[in-house]
Design a protein around this ligand. Structure first.
Ligand code: ASP
Length: 325
């Protein structure tokens, strides 16, 4: 733990509850982090470029960070060419496309769906769970029934090309749930709006050819996504089981709360996986943004990239990694 964080931890223990001044800034004994009110979008992988574009458009038209986070990833969910999110997602080993998603806003509200089938926009259903029910998470058939009752249409999400890929896989049916750097691309998106508020979203079809019923980190608040509007937000991608075992996104935000920079927090959360789990064959990537708009990104393996958009500039950036090839 860095000296700064040790110091902060001690001073927080001594002044329990006196960590935040108003809503404008988080004050520590050594630094004052000023909340940015410049709209910003940060998201996983190359499809983050189009998600950011839409999120920023929505926020420029008066939407808040929650609207940006929802609408941004919906573009990716609707794209049949993306084989790991929404329409066109690769199926489980039995040929079913099963979707996981969650969303969290600046007030700490959260909604989630998992093991949802035949609904193209799980993120929008997750938002409905958050806004229209007393619950956080709905699963499977219950989630679908809720979605239909909310007016979502039932549709086949298995595209011809994903079906072909699955049929090809069936010939060997070798189930080796190793994620390398090419075959995972959940979309996770963090937005900050003109009020300086943070919200986030995460949506995926999960691991290709997974066991029927398998749910990953992406719909789990604290694993695939976490937002604490007083400090920061984080999203995760990669082998979900590793983030679930370490509650990775919560950990990243908690480290920021304890005084870590967003980059340092992502690195420490990857280090936690390295210290505790069998990590070498798996990819995990974290993205984080603090309330000042500072961002961080880190992965186990090289190959994780992310998109960052601010001031009209939307850039694809290669994240640093623990292993170097
Ligand atoms: N995290 C997702 C899962 O384990 C996979 C991914 O990031 O593509 O379901």
């Amino acid at each position: 733990m860095s000296t700064r964080r040790k110091f902060l931890k001690n001073s927080l223990a001594a002044t329990a509850g006196v960590g935040l001044v108003g809503t404008a800034c988080a004050e520590t004994s050594q630094t004052t982090v000023v909340r940015s009110n410049k709209p910003k979008a940060l998201s996983t992988w190359v499809h983050g470029i189009e998600a950011n574009e839409e999120a920023m458009r929505v926020m420029a038209e008066g939407g808040n960070a929650l609207d940006g986070a929802e609408k941004g990833v919906m573009v990716v969910e609707a794209d049949p060419k993306g084989s790991s999110v929404g329409l066109g997602g690769l199926p489980d080993r039995d040929g079913n496309v099963t979707l996981d998603a969650c969303i969290m806003d600046h007030e700490g509200n959260a909604g989630s769906v998992c093991f949802l089938q035949n609904i193209k926009h799980p993120i929008a259903v997750a938002r409905k769970v958050m806004e229209e029910t007393p619950h956080v998470m709905l699963a499977g058939e219950g989630a679908k029934r809720f979605a239909l009752a909310q007016g979502f249409a039932e549709e086949n999400l298995l595209t011809e090309s994903s079906k072909k890929a699955w049929e090809e896989w069936l010939k060997s049916a070798e189930y080796n749930p190793i994620i390398n750097v090419e075959n995972h691309d959940t979309i996770g998106l963090i937005c900050q709006d003109t009020q300086g508020n943070l919200s986030g979203s995460c949506t995926t079809s999960g691991l290709a050819y997974k066991m029927h019923g398998r749910v990953g980190d992406s719909p789990i608040i604290g694993a695939g996504l976490f937002v604490d509007n007083d400090y920061g937000a984080a999203v995760a991608t990669g082998m979900g089981e590793l983030m679930m075992k370490t509650l990775g996104s919560f950990l990243v935000v908690e480290l920021i709360r304890q005084g870590a920079a967003a980059q340092e927090a992502c690195e420490d959360a990857i280090q936690r996986i390295v210290d505790k789990l069998d990590y070498k064959s798996f990819q995990v990537g974290y993205l984080a943004m603090d309330i000042a708009g500072n961002t961080g990104a880190y992965a186990i393996h090289p190959g994780f990239n992310y998109a960052e958009m601010v001031d009209g500039k939307n850039e694809l950036i290669d994240a640093k990694s623990y292993l170097n090839g």
